[in-house]
Design a binder for this molecule. Sequence first.
Ligand SMILES: *Cc1c(COP(=O)(O)O)cnc(C)c1O
Length: 422
Amino acid sequence: MPSRFRCIRCGREYEPGSVFRCECGGLLEVVHDPMGWSRSVVDSRLCPMGAPYSSGVWRYKELIHPGLASNMIVTRPEGNTNVYQRRTVSEYAGVERLSMKHEGENPTGSFKDRGMTVAVSEAVRQGAKAVACASTGNTSASMAAYAAQAGLQGIVFIPDGEISYGKLSQALAYGSKVVQVPGSFDDAMRIVQEVSRDLGLYLLNSINPWRVEGQKSIVFEMLHQRGWEPPDWIVVPAGNLGNTSAFGKALSELLELGWIDRVPRIASIQAEGAAPFYKMWKSGASSLEAVKPDTVATAIKIGNPVSWEKALRVIRETDGVVDVVSDAEIMEAKAVVDASGVGCEPASAASVAGVKKLVSKGMIKPDEDVVCVLTGNLLKDSDATIGYHTGKLKDLTPKQPNAPIRVDAGSMSASLRRILGE
Ligand SMILES: *Cc1c(COP(=O)(O)O)cnc(C)c1O
């Protein structure tokens, strides 16, 4: 049977189309037929040189979009991201075994490419002419690139003045129309849903269940790289909650297939100023109350996350936790990740800051095996990085600043000796 959409609330099923909410209001997810598919298939695809199986997404095609014809796949290819261990970072976080899976190594510099390759391919399958998204930046950068490759017109809605220049420049350069909307990401999200319905644009936000299917491959690939040996924890920054949702779905599917024998606990880390999911989880409320978001980590500056219902189920099913970190904790953790030579954008460092916090609370034990997902590339938000190192970030005194130094041309050697501490 071909893949279909199923409502996570009432179980009603639909043909995959461009409607992403059930009549009852529930979120939809993709379900595939159980199959006698084996690990040896994906093992044999590990080193092919050509598309689509050279992609760290399409290597797992049967678990992501089994029915899609090869000639419809729009792939760069993406994925195949590295895993790093750095002593300075694990000491900072307080765990012996800490690895960082660097999703900033994707083609447009964030994990968004993993969901985008699948959802844009589906747009092609449906014969869409134009695609649209609301974005805090990385979704628009990714969509613009994949739309360009597929020959589709892209239209992105961004909160005016709220996204970093690195990301905005990508969307412009790749040729999408960029519409600046007054307000926050949440306003842009509401507007894009209305406009897409009115104009028949194919919507590429993570409310689109195919995005979540593609993002499952972060977990597939991570476990594959570990010889299918699960860590104790997977720690992920949480904004719109697409990743949290995707990780849980990936883990339960692998468990069902028997490829893994236990499920790691998932920790979703929000920024203190944009933490509606944390507030809901902590209070035990049954629905999410939107907040007005404020954080230096623009990629997770979201007050009304669309996938909270899927994510809540994941936190419950994986015995997971939700926590928050301050902007200062995010930027200090980022400075450590950056200085280790790995580097990431602000939102990504929420994962490492989150580990430190959960260790200090005794929730993560120092001898547990922890994987942090670094969601985006260091170059995405150079304003925040330079602002940190020059002490110009609002309300934040950097503990590890490394500002550029001005020296007089005449006394260069003497000045340098002083700087290098000789
Ligand atoms: C989109 C994004 C996030 C947030 O991920 P969600 O799936 O929306 O929770 C975090 N970090 C970066 C760099 C992102 O681009």
